[in-house]
Write a protein that binds this ligand. Structure first.
Ligand code: ATP
Ligand code: MG
Length: 658
């Protein structure tokens, strides 16, 4: 063990909290604790977020909760999201960069707010010219190229809700979402770069069109001036439409605050994808407010969230929140390790990024590659974010130390596709950081933890239970598209009195487990099906994985519950090791030892299995359900949302021959 590792371990052991640096606090957008008091005035506190926007007409009621759970926010108000993200910045920031895009092949584009205005208008005119009308759902299947946010904002301009389908998703997933959203227009592109290869993306549209019963019009952008692959004559080339509408402007449509802005299908780690429908006013207000207070974004910042816009994170915190605040938001097309594992840090240095927003899975990846890929790159983040999964304290500390240089603040933000924006997160200048804990509720948010009978577990008890939200908030989904019943059954039924029309009888069920520690910090344990019961002890797989991650040779670990006649369940630990490390008995013993020491002998793993890769969704989350099936000798089941469906098969073959 190197000296450095000893320091990390001992620091984690003796230090629970990390203070935000003074220089950060001095300049923070949210530096006055009175913000919490303001938002405690419910629902009026949320007007502070709405007031950050330009409205065509003011709302007359902040919240109409007369028909729960169909809440309405900023009722009577009218606004347009593309006006708020583009037009309103033109006077002061027309020449400033809105989108800073880097292609994987090294091509760059610096798109100012003036440029963005022009492109969004032309694209809006193009969409109208092919018959897209207000309230038509446009399905967008685009990779990380400028055409993606431009098309989204063009849709918003004409009041057509968009439904962005992550580009990595298959033709099948695309067809399913086109059908579910009853979409008559699909926007795609000829191709894009990934790991040095030009991927034919049109193929997916072709296949999806063959699969779907609908007959949508397909609009195709091109990655270069000319198409690089064969594009069907049935498709309309966006470039031709744009030629016909050069220099045109399209008046932004005044949308009712409650008119939908977009649909976003959840990634489908569990079951059938759900079309989460988000409203215009409440959503935009909420992501603008949290971008300002949680992300600490200022117009003069360069902000980079290397997630994909095809996930909610990208919608809220690459496109709508940052652009609404008039800042510069960075987009990168390609793989983080192409051509080298330093690519991310080269970009951070080249664009002098101030705020960096990523996921625990990416942090674990960077950690696995090793800090030598970071060293020597001159960037200086003031603020860093994680989202998507619980972050193991070990990974947190590595991120803090090697990426943040111990001088950046970190917020661990808990939220969901359904919630639109952050719900549990510290405000970075107002709370100390605590590795592994998302921390405090965001202003105005009222979480609680319920036991399985729906009884509230006392606050700060340290006892695990179901994470719920007891009051509505402006960023929440309106419904599941076209399926109000599913909206109620998925999110409300379990802990609400569904016969009541008193909003206080309605409670939102997040589907995640959480604990609130004595210090008030919430720790989200992950989805409830990732909680196992070992000899009567309820353990989050996350706790076991955090213990394993403390073994310095381990890159990533996932724990799955194996059924056990005696104990109920026992953990199987699936592990990938860091580069250059040998998979041997000695490492195995240290893993077992770490669990015994951190959790207890009762949690001793049944097996430690070294694997090359863990099964992950396309958004990078570990799919533990599959490992559980492997451990228990069950069928694998649906693997269509996996990044690489061969991974669980290889693991299964390995486990069976071992
Ligand atoms: P699906 O709902 O389709 O199964 P998903 O829940 O993974 O997929 P998202 O809405 O992108 O799709 O992710 C939200 C979930 O991610 C949360 O419910 C939680 O389980 C997890 N999560 C997000 N942020 C955090 C965080 N900071 N700490 C712990 N868990 C988090
Ligand atoms: Mg979910």
């Amino acid at each position: 063990m190197s000296d450095e590792d000893i320091t990390i371990e001992s620091r984690l052991a003796e230090q629970d909290y990390f203070e935000p640096p003074e220089e950060f606090v001095e300049q923070a957008n949210a530096a006055d604790p009175a913000i919490y008091d303001r938002f405690d005035e419910f629902p009026g506190g949320f007007e502070e977020y709405a007031e950050m926007l330009d409205w065509d007409s003011e709302w007359d009621t902040v919240l109409d909760d007369s028909n729960p759970p169909f809440y309405e926010w900023f009722v009577g108000g009218e606004l347009n999201a593309s006006h708020n993200c583009v037009d309103r910045h033109l006077d002061e920031r027309g020449d400033e960069t809105a989108l800073l895009w880097e292609g994987e092949d090294g091509e760059t584009r610096d798109i100012t707010y003036d440029d963005l205005h022009e492109k969004v208008n032309e694209t809006a005119a193009a969409l109208r010219s092919v018959g897209v009308e207000e309230d038509d759902v446009v399905t967008i299947h685009l990779p990380m190229v400028p055409a993606l946010p431009i098309t989204m904002l063009a849709c918003a301009r004409i009041g057509a809700p968009h439904s962005v389908v992550f580009a990595g998703f298959s033709a099948n997933a695309l067809a399913e979402r086109v059908g579910s959203a009853e979409s008559d227009h699909v926007v795609t592109i000829d191709g894009y770069y990934r790991r040095g290869e030009f991927l034919d993306h049109i193929e997916k549209a072709d296949e999806a069109m063959a699969e779907t019963d609908r007959d949508p019009e397909v609009l195709a952008w091109t990655r270069h001036d000319e198409p690089e692959v064969d594009v069907s004559d049935d498709y309309t080339m966006v470039a031709d439409l744009l030629d016909d509408h050069r220099g045109e402007t399209v008046e932004p449509v005044s949308r009712d605050a409650e008119d939908p802005l977009f649909l976003m299908y959840t990634s489908g780690t569990t079951g059938q994808p759900k079309g989460c429908q988000h409203r215009t006013g409440g959503y935009l207000a909420y992501v603008t407010g949290t971008s300002k207070y949680v992300e600490d974004i200022k117009p003069e910042d360069t902000y980079w969230c290397p997630a994909d816009i095809g996930w909610i994170t990208g919608h809220s915190y690459i496109v709508y929140g940052p652009l609404s605040l008039g800042t510069t938001t960075v987009m990168y097309e390609g793989a983080p390790d192409h051509p080298t594992k330093s690519r991310i840090w080269e970009i951070a240095e080249a664009y002098d990024v101030d705020i960096f927003h990523t996921s625990p899975t990416a942090v674990r990846q960077f950690m696995k590659w090793g800090e030598e890929h970071v060293e020597g790159h001159d960037f200086d983040f003031r603020h860093m974010t994680t989202v998507g999964e619980p972050i193991q304290p070990e990974a947190w500390l590595w991120y803090y130390k090697h990426i943040g240089d111990e001088s950046a603040v970190i917020v661990d933000t808990w939220w969901q596709t359904e919630t639109g924006g952050h719900l549990i997160t510290n405000l970075p200048a107002l709370h100390d950081m605590k590795p592994g804990s998302a921390g405090h509720p965001a202003p105005g948010i009222q979480p609680a933890i319920y036991d399985d009978n729906g009884e509230s577990i006392p606050a700060e008890s340290g006892e695990a239970g179901n994470l719920v939200i007891e009051r509505p908030w402006p960023g929440m989904l309106q419904t599941v598209y076209g399926n109000d019943e599913r909206f109620i059954s998925e999110y409300w039924e379990r802990f609400s009195d569904t016969d009541s029309d008193d909003s206080s009888d309605w409670v939102y069920e997040a589907g995640d487990g959480a604990v609130q520690a004595e210090d008030g910090y919430y720790r989200v344990l992950g989805r409830l099906d990732d909680v196992m019961n070992v000899a009567g002890h309820r353990l989050g797989t996350m706790e076991l994985e955090s213990a394993v991650a403390e073994v310095d040779d381990v890159a990533e670990a996932a724990v799955a519950a194996r059924e056990d006649a005696e104990k109920g369940e026992v953990p199987d630990v699936y592990v990938t090791v860091r580069e250059g490390v040998e998979e041997n008995e000695e490492v195995r013993d240290r893993i077992v030892g770490a669990i015994e020491q951190e959790i207890g002998k009762f949690a001793r793993p049944n097996e430690v299995i070294f694997v090359d890769d863990l099964p992950k969704t396309r958004s990078g989350k570990i799919m533990r359900r599959l490992l559980e099936n492997i451990s228990n000798g069950d069928e694998l089941g649906n693997t269509t949302t996996l990044r690489d469906p061969s991974v669980p098969e290889e693991i299964r073959d390995q486990v069976q021959t071992d």
